[in-house]
Design a protein around this ligand. Structure first.
Ligand code: 4NP
Length: 164
């Protein structure tokens, strides 16, 4: 028995992945947490970045403000970098864009059990699309990110609601 692997009664274990873990993936984690809570479905949710520049920091203030506008507090999240163990701790690793996918594959261990895919692959009609990086843009980019990650969260909840 692998103690590192989460218990099934805790629901699916899902890791959201982006570059810095301060904009897209913490917003995705916050949106998913709110959606799973609202649906009454247990899940283990976390986020990480492929890069290490922001490790230990809270989400970008603009991302926190966007989440707050939607009634979600992501201010207690703390950036961390993706590690090979994540590929056995999680069932699903959802990347924001193709570069994140590529960088994740570079450290994927042979024993990986997690399914690795793009976040928007889960959203009907949006497979293969990226969640655009809002970091260098204006605040409108964060609203677009929230719309994307909310669609991902809704798709996850309906998938896991129907799979029991
Ligand atoms: P994220 O956004 O990957 O959505 O967290 C970024 C955060 C930081 C940087 C780039 C993207 N950066 O270059 O520091």
């Amino acid at each position: 028995m692998d103690n590192d692997r989460h218990d099934r009664k805790d629901g699916p274990a899902i890791l959201f992945l982006c570059l810095g873990n301060i904009c897209r993936s913490p917003l995705a984690e916050g949106a998913a947490r709110a959606a799973f809570d609202a649906a009454g479905i247990a899940a283990t949710l976390d986020s990480a970045g492929t890069g290490d520049w922001h490790v230990g920091r809270p989400p970008d203030a603009r991302a926190q403000a966007e989440a707050r506008r939607r009634g979600v507090d992501i201010g207690t999240l703390c950036a961390r970098q993706l590690v090979p163990e994540d590929f056995t701790r999680f069932d699903l690793i959802l990347a924001a864009d193709d570069q994140n996918l590529c960088d994740a594959r570079a450290i994927e261990p042979p024993a990986a059990t997690a399914r690795l895919m793009l976040m928007l692959d889960l959203v009907p009609g949006r497979a293969g699309e990226s969640v655009a990086d809002p970091y260098y843009g204006d605040d409108g980019g964060f609203a677009a990110t929230w719309a994307d990650v909310s669609a991902v969260a809704a798709a996850l909840v309906s998938a896991f609601a129907s799979s029991g």
